[in-house]
Design a protein around this ligand. Structure first.
Ligand code: F6P
Length: 549
């Protein structure tokens, strides 16, 4: 990892001067001047076309950004990650989610551990188990086939598998209903338990650490519920509770033995874990062959990222364009707009991936950063988002880049819907880019026969500044392979941005303080007397809760 601050790099300084020259340019003019702009500023890999032409950049910008990537050692860091070096320096861990989707022939060994064999041994167990459940051979304790699968986990142990199962719902097994319980809010578990039958429900307790408060509380409550409905028959638990974790001791203590545990390893970060046994719900819902295709799609993107020159490297380009918008154009957030209802959970999955990785205020070597790092990631599916918050994207005072994501061929049989969907997707990026100036607005109102006094009053409200950046990511269709490639693309984008900013993208110390304080407050809520050891706001809120509980 580079130890110099990003701002000290000569390419960064050159980019600053360059931005001063280009910042007043109009994207619409750049398109008018260069009919080949789409061709020049789009590239395709692993089945994904990235069109980044609607960003305020030109050849010179890209050259300088590529220079920045070279100065910051992106290629060397990438190679270190793939080789299993301990690039997660604050936790002294390798970062090897790419090994989870590599073929056995990759033959990767780290610290004397044969990573490839370990990975494929667990994959074989996942195949056998998912085949049995899907075929109805793995039954509940009364011999009935499983009908409901409840994944209990949070963060990376929830968002990835939940999003993928939702995205691939057209591949789902018709008998198996998938449920995801994450929140310690009892309404979450309660709502699922009220729908399922204890004789035909399989719980997957999913937690890398097997200590996460929410997951452990939900798991214990689910276990109690199950026993209450089965005459406290503890022997029956084995057919209904399996675990995915790195912590065998805690899994055993919970009452699940090694045969019903699917392991993974400390070199898999929680938000990068969907490719491991954490993806078991995906294998159960869509079948193991589809889970394999999902891994292969990600592996294809890994191979592209690992081998393509920086100039045509999709994750590198996406990262550099994002850094340009963040650090030069000054955008504090990025909106993700999948024009695909099946990807409606993709923005919340990306929130953890990006914000937990690059929401950092110090560099990997502990020095304070002088520059903005990870942006806020948010969004919703199109066209729903157009009728909710796109007003602000078009006419608000902040500039928010958008990643539009779409497929050419849908999984449904309503072609006219898909044409309307794509038309809206493309129209939004065009409108954000072009805007509508006051002269156009006035001319339009004149044609409509609006009185001139009204035209003058309304013109400012109907004017769009335009010049607002976006990317469009286009895939042939949404299937296990393309989804795997899309997710790996964003993983590597986040990685490259972390390298550019010089942060460790693989720890998450920022979530710890709140967890510790919550433990203290939880005991104070039920203590005999209120200790009153907080600020007046927190003390006041605790007092109100104590009165209600
Ligand atoms: O609190 C954040 C976090 O550690 C995430 O990084 C992780 O994905 C999530 O909690 C769940 O952790 P676990 O899988 O260990 O329960």
């Amino acid at each position: 990892m580079h130890t110099q601050p990003l701002t000290a790099s000569s390419a960064f300084q050159a980019l600053r001067s360059h931005y001063a020259l280009v910042k007043n340019r109009r994207l619409a003019e750049l398109f008018a001047q260069d009919p080949a702009r789409f061709k020049t500023f789009s590239t395709k890999a692993a089945g994904i076309l990235l069109d980044y032409s609607k960003n305020l950049l030109d050849d010179a910008t890209l050259r300088l950004l590529q220079e920045l990537a070279r100065e910051r050692g992106v290629a060397a860091q990438r190679d270190a990650m793939f080789a299993g070096e301990k690039i997660n320096v604050t936790e002294q861990r390798a970062v090897l989610h790419t090994a989870l989707r590599a073929p056995l022939s990759a033959d990767l060994q780290v610290d004397g551990q044969h990573v490839s064999s370990d990975v494929h041994a667990v994959l074989e167990r996942m195949r056998a188990f998912s085949d049995r459940v899907r075929a109805g051979d793995w039954t509940g304790h009364t011999g009935k086939a499983i009908t409901d699968i409840v994944n209990i986990g949070i963060g990376g142990s929830d968002l990835g598998p939940k999003m993928v199962c939702r995205a691939l719902r057209s591949y789902a097994h018709p008998r198996l209903r998938m449920h995801f319980v994450s929140n310690v809010d009892g309404h979450d578990l309660d709502a699922v338990l009220s729908q399922v039958d204890p004789e035909t429900t399989l719980f997957i307790i999913t937690s890398k650490t097997f200590t996460t408060m929410e997951t452990m509380m939900n798991a214990q409550s689910a276990r109690r519920w199950f026993l209450q409905h089965n005459d406290n028959d503890a022997a029956a638990l084995a057919q209904h509770f399996v675990a995915v974790s790195t912590n065998l001791v805690a899994v055993n203590a919970f009452g699940i033995d090694a045969d019903n545990m699917f392991p993974f390893w400390d070199w898999v970060g929680g938000r990068y874990s969907v490719w491991s046994a954490i993806g078991l719900p995906i294998a159960l819902s869509t079948g193991f062959d589809n889970f394999s295709a999902f891994l292969q799609g990600a592996h294809a993107m890994d191979e592209h990222f690992r081998t393509a020159p920086l100039e045509s490297n999709l994750p590198v380009i996406l990262a550099l364009v994002g850094l340009w918008n963040r650090n030069f154009v000054g955008c504090g957030s990025v909106s993700i707009a999948p024009y695909l209802q099946d990807l409606e959970l993709f923005p919340s999955y990306l929130q953890q991936l990006d914000m937990e990785s690059n929401g950092k205020h110090v560099a990997a070597n502990g020095t304070a950063l002088e520059i903005a790092t990870g942006p806020i990631i948010w969004g919703n599916s199109g066209t729903n988002c157009q009728h909710a918050y796109f007003q602000l994207l078009h006419q608000g005072t902040d500039i928010t880049p958008v990643d539009f994501i779409a497929v050419l061929k849908p999984n449904h049989t309503l072609p006219q819907h898909h044409a309307a969907l794509l038309a809206n997707c493309f129209a939004q990026s065009e409108a954000l880019m072009r805007g509508k100036n006051t002269a156009e607005v006035r001319a339009e109102m004149q044609v409509q026969g609006i009185a001139s006094a009204d035209i003058e009053a309304l013109a400012p409200h109907r004017t769009f500044a335009g010049n607002r950046p976006s990317n469009t990511l286009l895939m042939d269709g949404l299937n296990p392979t393309s989804l795997g490639a899309l997710m790996a693309l964003y993983e590597h984008k986040v990685f490259v941005q972390g390298v550019l900013w010089g942060v460790n993208s693989f720890d998450q110390w920022g979530v710890e303080l709140g967890k510790v304080l919550a433990q203290n407050i939880q005991s104070e809520l039920t203590a005999a007397a209120q200790p009153e050891r907080h600020d007046s706001s927190t003390n006041g809120l605790i007092a109100l809760a104590r009165a209600a509980l």
